[in-house]
Design a binder for this molecule. Structure first.
Ligand code: HEM
Length: 521
C-alpha cells in the first residue's frame, strides 16, 4: 500500500516536473527566435531585469550577444514577444502593416479614467486610424507639423520668455523654483512651458502668458514623472496587473495613476472651458472641431468594456494628452540630452556658435528659414537624436496576423520591440557609434547629406511619431537659440555632465540638474 502511494506521488511529481519543463521551454511557434525560458507569471522579463534593471534596452542588447542572434524571442508575462536588434529588420517591421498593432498593456490603460484603451499611442485597429487621422488633420489646420508662421512665432515667443528668464532671473513667484539665487536653472523643468504652450493654443485656443504659467509647470512635472517611472517594456504592472492591489506603491501604480489623473484633470477642465463658449460657426481649435464631431456622431458618452471607441469625451482627453505630454516632457528632455553632449564636446558648441554668428548674427533668434544655411547646427540635432535615442526601445508594436520575419514564424499577438537605441549604435552603419560626431551627416562640402541620415528616432511607417516635424522644428529653434545666446556651466566647477546618471523610463531623460546659462553678451 505504501509502495503504491509512493509510486503515485512520484508519478505526479514527475508529471509536474515534466509540465513545468514544457512550460519553461515552450516556444510560441515551431520556429521562434531564440531567447530565455519562460518563468511563471513574468515569462522572460526577469532575465531582462537581472541583466540591467535600470536600462532594459541595454539588457536586450546583452541578450542579443548571449544568444548570438539579432532577434530575441521570449515571453513578456503571458505575451509572446520578439526584440529586434537589427537595423534592416526594424525598418521592415516599421514598414509592414502586419506589425502595426499595439499590445494591450495595463500601463497604457491606467492613463484612462475607466482603464480603457484610448488615445493614439497605445491603441490600434480602426479606432486608432480614425482618431489619428482626425487629430493630425485638425492640428495640421492649426499649424502643426508644417511650416506655419503662427506656430513658429509662438515657439519663438516662448523661447524669448525662457531666454529672458535665464538671463535676467525670475519675474513671477512660480519662476523662483526654476532659477535659483546663483542663477542656476533647473533642467529640464525650465523648458516645460515653451512647446506645450504652442500645442495648447492649437488644442484649446489659448496660449498662457509667462505670468500664468504655474499650472504648466505642474502638468509638466506629472508628464515627465510618467515618462521616467514607466518602462519601455510596459513594466511588471502590465504583465501581472493585480500586483497593484498588493503593492500599490512599490509597483508604481499609485504614482503612475496619480500623475496621469492630475494631467487629465487639467486637460478636461480646459476642454470644458472651451465647450462653454463653443460656437459651431467659429472653429477656434482642435477641441471645437472634436465637439462638433461628437455632436454630429452623437457619441458624447463614453464606451467601456471594448477596444473600439468613437468620438467621445474620455477619448478627447487621452488623445489631447498624447499630443500635449510629449511637448511638456519629451522635447525638454531631448534638449537637455543635447546640452549635455555640447558640454561634453565644447568644440561642437564652438562650431555651432561660429556658424550661427556668420549666418544669423546676434540681433535676432534663428528661424526655420535659416536652417538650410546652418547645416552644421542641423547635423548636431540629428546626431543628438541618434546617439541618445530618446525612446530607446520604441513604443511596442504587435503582430496583427500570423506572419513571418527573417524566416521566423511570428504568431498573431506577438509583441515586437524595436531596439532603436541598439540600431543607432550599429558600427557597420555608424562609424565609432559612441562618439558624438555631427560631421557624419555632412558631405565633403559641409552640406547636409540626408542619404546618411539613417537613424529612426521617430520610428517610421504608419505608426511614425505623429509629432516628428513639430519636434524637429522645435529642437532646431531651441538648441540654436540657446547656443547663440549662452554658454553652459555646471555647479561646483564640474566640467562635464554625469552621463551615467541618466534615467531610462518610457523615454530616456537626464535626472533633474542645475545648469547656469551664462549670457554671451
Ligand atoms: C524628440 C522628440 C520625440 C521623439 C524622439 C519621438 C519619438 C517617437 C517614437 C519612437 C514613437 C513610436 C513610433 C512607433 O510606434 O514605431 C512616437 C510615437 C508618437 N509620438 Fe513622438 N516623439 C517625439 C515627440 C513627439 C511630440 C512633440 C509629439 C506631439 C506633439 C509626439 C506624438 C507622438 C504620438 C501621438 C505617437 C503615437 C503614434 C501612433 O501610435 O500612431 N511625439 N514618438
Amino acid at each position: 500500500m505504501v509502495l503504491i502511494s509512493e509510486l503515485i506521488i512520484a508519478a505526479l511529481l514527475g508529471l509536474l516536473i515534466y509540465r513545468f519543463y514544457r512550460y519553461l521551454f515552450e516556444r510560441p511557434s515551431e520556429n521562434f527566435p531564440p531567447g530565455p525560458p519562460r518563468l511563471p507569471l513574468l515569462g522572460g522579463y526577469p532575465f531582462l531585469l537581472a541583466l540591467n534593471f535600470k536600462h532594459l534596452h541595454k539588457a536586450a542588447a546583452r541578450l542579443s550577444q548571449l544568444y548570438k542572434s539579432k532577434l530575441i524571442g521570449l515571453y513578456l508575462g503571458p505575451l509572446p514577444a520578439v526584440i529586434v536588434n537589427d537595423y534592416d529588420t526594424v525598418k521592415e517591421v516599421l514598414s509592414r502593416p502586419d506589425f502595426d498593432g499595439r499590445p494591450d498593456l495595463f500601463m497604457a490603460r491606467l492613463r484612462d479614467e475607466h482603464f480603457q484603451r484610448r488615445g493614439i499611442f497605445f491603441t490600434d485597429s480602426e479606432s486608432w486610424r480614425e482618431q489619428r487621422r482626425f487629430f493630425l488633420k485638425t492640428l495640421h489646420h492649426f499649424g502643426f507639423g508644417r511650416r506655419s508662421p503662427e506656430a513658429e512665432a509662438d515657439t519663438q515667443a516662448g523661447l524669448e520668455d525662457v531666454i529672458s528668464l535665464l538671463r535676467d532671473g525670475p519675474k513671477y513667484e512660480h519662476e523662483k523654483a526654476l532659477v535659483d539665487d546663483q542663477g542656476f536653472a533647473l533642467c529640464p523643468t525650465v523648458f516645460f512651458a515653451v512647446f506645450s504652450n504652442v500645442l495648447l493654443k492649437m488644442i484649446v485656443g489659448v496660449r498662457l502668458g509667462r505670468e500664468d504659467q504655474a499650472v504648466m509647470f505642474e502638468v509638466g512635472k506629472n508628464a515627465i514623472a510618467f515618462h521616467r517611472n514607466g518602462d519601455d517594456y510596459g513594466m511588471m504592472l502590465s504583465y501581472i496587473p493585480w500586483i497593484r492591489h498588493l503593492f500599490p506603491k512599490a509597483s508604481k501604480y499609485d504614482l503612475l495613476r496619480q500623475v496621469n489623473q492630475k494631467a487629465n484633470a487639467v486637460i478636461l477642465s480646459l476642454a470644458q472651458k472651451c465647450e462653454s463658449s463653443y460656437d459651431e460657426n467659429d472653429m477656434r481649435c482642435l477641441v471645437d472641431a472634436y465637439i462638433k464631431e461628437m455632436r454630429a456622431t452623437g457619441s458624447k458618452g463614453t464606451s467601456t468594456g471594448k477596444d473600439q471607441f468613437g468620438f467621445e469625451y474620455d477619448q478627447l482627453v487621452i488623445g489631447c494628452a498624447d499630443f500635449l505630454v510629449p511637448p511638456f516632457s519629451a522635447i525638454p528632455a531631448k534638449i537637455c540630452l543635447i546640452l549635455e553632449r555640447l558640454m561634453q564636446y565644447p568644440e561642437v558648441q564652438t562650431k555651432m556658435y561660429r556658424e550661427l554668428n556668420d549666418i544669423v548674427g546676434l540681433n535676432r533668434l534663428p528661424t526655420l528659414d535659416d536652417r538650410a544655411d546652418l547645416p552644421y547646427c542641423d547635423a548636431v540635432i540629428r546626431e543628438g537624436l541618434r546617439i541618445d535615442t530618446l525612446v530607446p526601445s520604441g513604443i511596442p508594436h504587435m503582430a496583427v496576423n500570423d506572419t513571418e520575419l527573417n524566416g521566423y514564424q511570428i504568431p498573431k499577438g506577438t509583441v515586437i520591440i524595436n531596439s532603436l537605441d541598439s540600431i543607432h549604435h550599429q558600427p557597420e552603419l555608424f562609424r565609432d557609434p559612441d562618439s558624438f560626431m555631427p560631421e557624419r551627416f555632412l558631405n565633403q562640402d559641409g552640406k547636409l547629406a540626408l542619404d546618411q541620415d539613417k537613424p529612426l528616432p521617430f520610428g517610421a511607417g504608419k505608426r511614425v511619431c505623429a509629432g516628428e516635424q513639430f519636434a524637429r522644428n522645435s529642437l532646431f529653434l531651441a538648441v540654436t537659440s540657446l547656443v547663440q545666446n549662452f554658454t553652459f556651466q555646471l555647479p561646483g566647477g564640474r566640467t562635464g555632465p554625469d552621463l551615467d546618471a541618466r534615467i531610462t523610463g518610457v523615454i530616456r531623460t537626464t535626472p533633474d540638474f542645475r545648469l547656469k546659462f551664462v549670457s554671451r553678451r
